[in-house]
Design a protein around this ligand. Sequence first.
Ligand code: CA
Length: 226
Amino acid sequence: MAEKILLVEDEEKLARMVELELRYEGYEVDKAFDGRSGLDRALSGGYDLILLDIMLPALSGMEVLRRLRRESQTPVIMLTARDTVVDKVAGLDSGADDYITKPFAIEELLARIRAALRKRPAAQELPRLTCGPLVMDVERHEVTVKGAEVELTRREFDLLRCLLEHKEKVLTREALLDNVWGFDFAGETNAVDVYIRFLRSKIDEKFGVKIIHTVRGVGYVIREED
Ligand code: CA
């Protein structure tokens, strides 16, 4: 299967040129032209590597990297026009795997990409969250129950992940809202109930298990059935 690269670069001509070269080398390529859409795509998972420009509209490359590293260890190579030590140090401190200064020769970029892909952690080292028959591979954005894959939306995945990270601890609706929807979410706390119902129908009901429990008057907890 072709390795998948996300290219976040606002200079469209450069992005197009790099895309063509990468495709020619056999990589699959997605592009984003600003930091915010780049971050959204990067977080949706499924990329083997991310090429991230530093000077981006909407959200800087450095900020994209910081937010990405809260939940993903996908290799990142920073692209920048500014060859300053400060940038380099800040980028590497924020978890960039490598760094390349524009303008670069495409062969140089390809060599860096191959090196970064080789350094990836082996599959068994990737973070996994489990509860009985349920396994979440955070990095790959995959959930299985009894080995069968479960299709989840981004929000369902985030809610399930939050429950799994606090396995056997009861979380209030407010805590789940803060964690999954963010403090600035203006909706009702029953959004949590709605999404819990979605998760139950896709997991508990579909597979005949009981792991997502309601604690009346308090909230929700994920644990194996007794
Ligand atoms: Ca730029």
